[in-house]
Design a binder for this molecule. Structure first.
Ligand code: ATP
Length: 427
């Protein structure tokens, strides 16, 4: 039996992964857990999300499916933030339905939920077409994520990582978190690069501890179960109520769709696209850095390194017109929010200067609009400017935003192997 759940939290509290952790402890009364629970990140541009657009799935061997369904529904009713307008829980139950047609249809749905925008109707239609048992609350939007998580559980073979999540005691929810920072740094030092996004050393931040009033104390992301467990064992903190290790599509780039033409780009989708820098990056109000790129058919789109990407913006400001690049990121309001930047080739950076006087060697002055240059004391003139090639201070290779600005789904460069060019992971 597979159970998928989504949309139980609000900005004021809760987290669907916590409900998953509670159920993992409770459902063993009715059966045996199979494998690891899943934490699935879906399309990061969806406006209905509370934070990271996550859903979860659990798999059990059981002869008590009726009791499990009843238990899960009662736990959702009790723990979900029903009072919040944006909380619309959904649960999907897959009972012995592992035939090829169901698997393929749900596998496709999972990928669509990560990359596309899906309507509640589409999810409900597939649920009834496949004869799945499901329970939606309020507008039932949570059925989308719940169905996608079941699809992920039914289909092996997608790239995955792990996250160890420690949860707070109920009485402490909403208060400030007590985690020993030094122990976090030690855990990071001992386990990086097999764990990542625990700290952001460049920006002096701890990124594995959330700031919202939800039950999560910290989360350690990494390559294997052993890696995340050994890092978590080193963390000293307030008492942990419970913990869970999820297998997840975090850090996999599963949301990115490769496209050749900017004309094919749609809002609320995430892409990998190659293009040529079509204008000098400019810094706008708020510290965001924006520049246009142009594809081979001449279509443009703006790319942005927003203020939260911190030091990444310095690198983006070094781009010049005609650099050849590949950008990945999500498109909203007709702008691509850069997650990764590959510099394929560098255009010469030319600085234009007034010519120097052949007699005195000093810089000549303009003789007036369209009239060339002159040096008054020496009575010399010149028609041409000086074109000076400047060093680029930027290398060909792949760059990424720092951990403090990383999307859950974005594959950290520490996981990327490239034979053809250098990668520059940030830590
Ligand atoms: P939670 O911890 O409760 O899961 P969250 O940040 O993950 O919080 P949700 O509260 O689940 O966000 O809200 C996201 C909503 O968007 C859910 O109802 C989910 O079913 C829906 N959703 C997810 N992916 C898509 C998609 N690709 N298209 C349309 N709706 C989606």
């Amino acid at each position: 039996m597979i159970i998928g759940i989504d949309d139980t939290d609000s900005r004021e509290g809760m987290c669907t992964t916590y409900l998953g952790a509670v159920l993992l402890d409770e459902l063993i009364a009715y059966g045996t857990l199979i494998g690891y629970p899943l934490l699935i990140r879906l399309n990061p541009t969806i406006p209905y999300k509370t934070r990271g657009n996550a859903s979860i799935a659990i798999q059990l061997k059981t002869t008590h499916s009726g009791k499990i369904i009843e238990h899960v529904i009662s736990r959702i009713q009790c723990l979900a933030q029903m009072q919040s307008e944006k909380t619309n829980p959904g649960a999907v139950f897959v009972l012995d339905q592992d035939d090829e047609r169901t698997k393929a249809a749900m596998g496709d749905f999972f990928i669509h939920a990560v990359q596309d925008v899906i309507s509640i109707e589409t999810a409900k239609n597939l649920i009834s077409e496949l004869g799945l048992h499901a329970k939606g609350f309020k507008n039932e939007r949570g059925l989308i994520g719940a169905l996608a998580a079941c699809g992920a559980m039914l289909n092996e073979g997608w790239d995955h990582t792990y996250e160890y999540i420690a949860y707070r005691q109920l009485k402490l929810w909403g208060t400030s978190r007590h985690v020993d920072k030094e122990s976090i740094h030690k855990a990071d030092l001992a386990t990086y690069p097999n764990t990542w996004d625990t700290v952001d050393r460049t920006n002096g931040l701890i990124v594995c501890i959330p700031h919202s009033p939800d039950p999560v104390l910290y989360g350690i992301r990494g390559k294997t179960l052993e890696d995340v467990t050994s890092a978590a064992k080193m963390v000293k903190s307030e008492p942990v109520e419970r913990s869970v290790i999820y297998r997840t599509n975090q850090g996999t780039d599963m949301h990115l769709i490769p496209v050749k033409s900017i004309a094919d780009i749609k809002e609320m989708h995430s892409y990998i696209i190659e293009g040529t820098v079509a204008g000098t990056p400019r810094t706008i109000k708020g510290g965001h850095v924006i520049f246009p790129i142009c594809d081979d058919t001449g279509v443009h789109i703006d790319c942005a390194a927003y203020e939260p990407t911190k030091n990444f913006r310095t690198l983006v400001r070094r781009l010049v017109k005609n650099d050849r690049i590949v950008v990945s990121g999500s498109v909203t309001t007709q702008t691509l929010n850069i997650e990764k930047l590959e510099v394929r080739s560098l255009a010469p950076k030319i600085e234009i200067q007034n010519p120097t006087c052949p007699c005195c060697g000093k810089r000549m002055k303009s003789a007036g609009h369209g009239q060339g240059y002159r040096c008054k004391p020496c009575s010399t003139t010149s028609d041409s400017t000086l074109r000076i090639g400047r060093p680029r201070n930027l290398e060909v290779g792949v760059y990424e935003v720092p951990p403090c600005a990383r999307r859950h789904l974005a594959k950290p460069l520490i996981r990327v192997k490239r034979e053809d060019c250098q990668v520059f992971p940030t830590r």
